[in-house]
Design a protein around this ligand. Structure first.
Ligand code: DGL
Length: 274
């Protein structure tokens, strides 16, 4: 057993969709979350900037004595190379491999769609991961930059005309390619789950990387005998790089519940990345 917390980070508040899944299936685990709200978004930035930010985020979580790191951000996950991964001092996972494994086991035709930020799609990380599992799979990527601001502005109702039109524009080309599985490769997209299902007429199975990653963490901790075994209720601690109040105000949208812990602002630029 290991009573240390799980460390989770994201470019901002979106990674709370992953915390939501972790808390659902691992309610006894303590969580330390870092949201880089002062430097969000990552998805529009260059690979080198995203890598630098990601290294600082990881170094911050390492300094909090976590037993595992979960890179909840699709964009940050997409820049984790073998070299960068080798520098991380504790076991870690991004969201890409767990989602790719789920997509490969669920696709019937081997045609998988991936949507994400511009940086995630540009990285080709999902394609590489999927083809390393099944080289016969065809992967069609599409960046959907308007989804993040739409979600952050609360336009997530399945009948919202603006978000529906946007989704049609992004998703119709993928449907024309005959995808039967669609990875929602950005923290914000699970909030559009019902809308996307409706727009594509349930023609593809939707994969929520947050859910798949939470299961991956559960398996990892169980297999390696690292689950927390204390009887006291789990504690969540949140750190952000911009206003704590602003984070608290939007958090429940992504978490679907109360934060259940304190929020503290830190100076992420002062952290020396790995
Ligand atoms: N968290 C990011 C992701 O999952 C979306 C927001 C951003 O661009 O930073 O890719």
């Amino acid at each position: 057993m290991d009573n240390r917390p799980i460390g989770v980070f994201d470019s901002g508040v979106g990674g709370l969709t992953v915390v939501r899944e972790l808390r659902r299936i691992l309610p006894q685990e303590n969580i330390v979350y870092f949201g880089d709200t002062g430097r969000v978004p990552y998805g529009t930035r260059s690979r080198s900037t995203i890598t630098r930010y990601t290294q600082q985020d990881i170094a911050f979580l390492e300094s909090r004595d976590v037993k595992m790191i979960v890179i909840a951000c699709g964009t940050a996950s997409s820049v984790i190379s073998k070299e960068l991964g080798a520098k991380i001092k504790v076991p870690y996972t991004g969201v890409i491999l767990p989602a790719a494994q789920a997509a490969c086991s669920l696709t019937q035709k081997g045609v998988i769609g991936v949507i994400g930020t511009t940086a995630t799609i540009r990285s080709g990380a999902y394609g590489k991961s999927i083809r390393s599992i099944n080289s016969a799979c065809k992967v069609i990527g599409r960046d959907c930059p308007l989804f993040v601001p739409l979600v952050e502005n609360g336009l997530i109702e399945p009948q919202n005309p603006i978000t529906r039109l946007t989704a049609q524009m992004y998703l119709e080309p993928l449907m024309q390619e005959g995808i039967d599985t669609l990875i929602l490769g950005c923290t914000h997209y699970p909030l559009l789950y019902d809308l996307i299902n409706d727009v594509i007429g349930y023609s593809a199975v939707l994969i929520d990387p947050g859910k798949e990653t939470a299961h991956f963490v559960q398996n990892f901790l169980t297999t390696n005998n690292l689950l927390r075994e204390e009887e006291s209720p789990a504690v969540c601690q949140y750190f952000v790089s911009d206003s704590a109040d602003q984070f608290t105000a939007t958090a429940s949208k992504f978490l679907g519940a109360d934060l259940g812990g304190n929020v503290q602002q830190i100076e992420i630029e002062a952290i020396q990345g790995a």
